[in-house]
Design a protein around this ligand. Structure first.
Ligand SMILES: Cc1cc2nc3c(=O)[nH]c(=O)nc-3n(C[C@H](O)[C@H](O)[C@H](O)COP(=O)(O)OP(=O)(O)OC[C@H]3O[C@@H](n4cnc5c(N)ncnc54)[C@H](O)[C@@H]3O)c2cc1C
Length: 456
């Protein structure tokens, strides 16, 4: 039969990556159905009434895959700014270069000493474990075993509580790989004694950003040649796997041989009328947080303290603040960074850590001024809020078991759920992963090849 009629739900990076590859492989029998009126999904951007551009939270472009590099080159034609990360953690009244655990010498002496002693104690205990001992599996135990009490108390625990809005004890540690820097205590002692900064850790220490239009520009451009395949403003409200149809909110019915779902996996299971109880129960175990992006624009020239900043302090409303005009001048009105600057902040919430919506813009503005990123006399000229209901797919302890129930059942019905919330894997949660998963799906449908990025 081959790929037959393919319906792709979602015109975000994964759906667009899939569609571009189908076209490249000569398979034109597909439709993208998108709930919103624009492409890009979580990687889209908006311009507010005052002329400031905002992303849905701090996005930077970096890549593990040639397929993503190809998309970027193909659609942006070099219209990107290239940056070296300059990122700091706010501890008390200090800015410590990120990752904090690699730069202990920038902490106050007493805190640095506590952090180092804890790190050595923790890693000595780990070293005495025998191969038969279980390595810690939950994130809370994992971070204590790797970093010790000092680093956990001053940074890892409060910061992760803010960003995940979920108890670390209920998260797994299987996702960590390149997302958290694990510093060896010998390296930490050496850096501390030599008072040497270690700034280059991690895959995003060099990143790109579109020269204009925000991150969303990538997918706006990528979607243009696919326009005749895309149906916008068409949220899918029903999925029938028996007769292989999807239904939109306006009642349109579309048939498929293969369904590629890039929306939230738990929502998909809710929409399938006759999903078995075991699959429904598994889907109910998937955990996510929400993210609220509060962007604040100022009529004051850009200052250049760095790219983005982490805030473990529970009294600061946001977990991260991005110096967004630094990414691209066009993110402020008229590209006039001699007149304007902009700060994009992110706040995570969940039922466990509810959002305090009251006076949010004012509290964000006050916190930016209190830590010195914004001058006292800077005039605030824009406050833009975007609430993102599905922000981070939480790698909860029960996630993998739930996915092992859901995904094989879907695949047996020719449904491929991929992308950030389709796959529900934070470790595959970035734009490059999403595009690569989409490309892999197209190849698997047309030429029966195995997927490379996604696995159960
Ligand atoms: C706060 C934050 C910061 C991030 N930072 C970075 C970063 O620095 N670098 C990076 O590479 N990535 C980053 N990401 C991740 C990036 O946004 C995602 O990897 C990417 O957008 C995922 O693409 P996707 O296509 O899988 O899913 P999405 O972008 O979620 O797209 C899914 C699409 O499906 C549509 N859809 C959903 N349900 C339905 C339905 N029922 N009917 C029709 N359409 C539907 C949605 O409207 C959406 O357009 C960040 C994400 C967040 C939230």
């Amino acid at each position: 039969m081959g790929a037959g009629a393919v319906v792709i739900v979602g015109a975000g990076p994964c759906g667009i990556g899939c569609a571009r590859e189908l076209v490249a492989l000569g398979h034109e029998n597909f439709t993208i159905v998108e709930a919103r009126s624009t492409p890009g999904g979580l990687a889209s951007s908006v311009v507010d009434p005052q002329g400031f551009t905002w992303d849905m939270g701090g996005h930077v472009v970096f890549s593990h895959y040639g397929e993503f590099d190809h998309l970027l080159d193909d659609v942006m034609h070099g219209d990107v700014e290239r940056h070296e990360r300059s990122s700091f953690v706010r501890i008390g009244d200090r800015w410590v270069p990120y990752p904090l655990q690699n730069n202990l010498h920038r902490l106050p002496d007493a805190v640095a000493s506590e952090a180092l002693v804890g790190l050595i104690d923790a890693q000595r205990s780990l070293a005495t474990m025998t191969a038969s001992d279980d390595l810690p599996v939950d994130f809370a135990t994992w971070m204590e075993s790797m970093f010790g009490e000092g680093i956990c108390r001053h940074f890892m625990r409060p910061y992760n509580e803010k960003v995940w809005a979920h108890p670390a004890a209920e998260m797994s540690s299987g996702w960590i790989a390149e997302r958290v820097s694990v510093v060896d205590w010998r390296h930490a002692v050496d850096s501390l004694v030599r008072r040497r900064d270690d700034l280059s850790w991690g895959p995003n220490n060099l990143f790109a950003f579109p020269s204009q239009g925000g991150t969303g520009e990538i997918y706006r451009r990528a979607a243009e040649p696919l326009a005749h395949h895309i149906v916008y403003d068409a949220p899918i409200t029903g999925v029938d796997l028996e007769i292989r149809t999807v239904t939109t909110a306006t009642g349109a019915v579309m048939s498929f041989d293969h369904l590629v779902w890039t929306g939230a996996l738990d929502r998909l299971i809710e929409l399938i009328a006759d999903a078995p109880d075991a699959v429904r129960t598994a889907a109910a175990k998937l955990v996510h947080n929400s993210v609220t992006m509060v962007g604040v624009g100022y009529a004051t020239p850009i200052s250049d303290p760095g790219s983005w900043f982490y805030f473990p302090d529970p009294n600061v409303p946001f977990y991260r603040a991005t110096n967004f005009a630094k990414y691209a001048a066009a993110n402020v009105p008229g590209a006039r960074t001699d007149l304007y600057s902009s700060w994009m902040t992110e706040i995570a919430s969940s039922s466990w850590r509810p959002l305090e919506a009251e006076g949010l813009g004012d509290r964000v503005d006050a916190a930016l001024r209190a830590c010195g990123l914004v001058d006292d006399d800077a005039e605030r000229v824009s406050t833009h809020v975007e609430h993102i209901p599905y922000g981070y797919p939480v790698p909860s302890v029960g996630r993998d078991a739930a996915l092992r129930v859901i995904q094989p059942w879907l695949m047996a019905h020719d449904v491929l759920a991929r992308g950030r919330f389709g796959a529900w894997k934070y470790e595959l949660g970035n734009m490059d992963h999403a595009v690569k998963m989409g490309v892999d799906v197209a190849r698997s449908l047309v030429s029966d090849s195995s997927e490379e990025a996604w696995s159960l």
